[in-house]
Design a protein around this ligand. Structure first.
Ligand code: ZN
Length: 177
C-alpha cells in the first residue's frame, strides 16, 4: 500500500531549518505522527511530498514557506492595549518573546509578544515557522486505508475496539464529532 488520499499514514519525522540546521520539531522518542491524507491535517507540502511512499521508505525534502506555514503576514501583527493584560500582569510581568494564547471567536490563537510599551502590546499572530523554509526527514512506519466514517468526518478514529468492548462507533466517546 502507498500513501494516497484517504489513507492514514504513520511516520517518524524530524524537522530542521535548512539555514541554521536547527531542529524545530521531531517525533523521536514519541509515538509516530499519524494523519489522514487529503484532509488538510498537514501542511500541504508535507503531504504532497509523501504521496506514493511505502512503509519503510525514507524521504528528505525542503519546503518553501508557501508550501509550509505560509509567508509572514503584517496584518497578523496587532496592537493591543496593555490594560487588557492587567489580570495576567498581576501574576507575571509581560516580556518580549512571551508566547500567549488569545481566546478569539474562532478558537484559541497563539501569539508572541514582539514589542512592549507602557500603553501597548504588539502581538504577532504569525505562526512561529511562517516565512521559513523547512526541511523534513521522514520515515514511513505504517499505512492503512481510512474507514468510510473517517473519510466522512475528516479525522482519524481510534482503532476499532474488539467486539466484546462496548461499541461506540469510534466517534462520540471522546466527543470528536
Ligand atoms: Zn469522527
Amino acid at each position: 500500500m502507498k500513501i494516497e488520499e484517504n489513507t492514514i499514514a504513520s511516520v517518524h519525522y524530524t524537522g530542521t531549518l535548512p539555514e541554521s540546521g536547527e531542529m524545530f520539531d521531531s517525533s523521536e522518542g514519541r509515538e509516530p505522527l499519524t494523519f489522514l491524507v487529503g484532509h488538510g491535517q498537514m501542511i500541504p507540502g508535507f503531504e504532497a511530498a509523501m504521496i506514493g511512499a511505502k512503509v519503510g521508505d525514507k524521504k528528505t525534502f525542503t519546503l518553501s514557506p508557501e508550501k509550509a506555514y505560509g509567508e509572514r503576514d503584517d496584518a497578523a501583527i496587532l496592537q493591543i492595549p496593555r490594560s487588557q493584560f492587567a489580570q495576567l500582569e498581576e501574576q507575571t510581568k509581560l516580556e518580549i518573546g512571551f508566547q500567549l494564547v488569545a481566546q478569539m471567536p474562532h478558537g484559541p490563537s497563539p501569539f508572541t509578544v514582539t514589542e512592549l510599551t507602557e500603553e501597548m502590546v504588539t502581538a504577532d499572530f504569525n505562526h512561529a515557522l511562517a516565512g521559513k523554509e523547512l526541511t523534513f526527514s521522514v520515515e514511513v512506519i505504517d499505512i492503512r486505508k481510512a474507514s468510510e466514517e473517517e473519510v466522512a468526518h475528516g479525522h482519524i478514529h481510534p482503532a476499532e475496539q474488539p467486539e466484546t468492548e462496548q461499541k461506540s462507533g469510534g466517534c462520540g466517546n471522546d466527543g470528536c464529532c
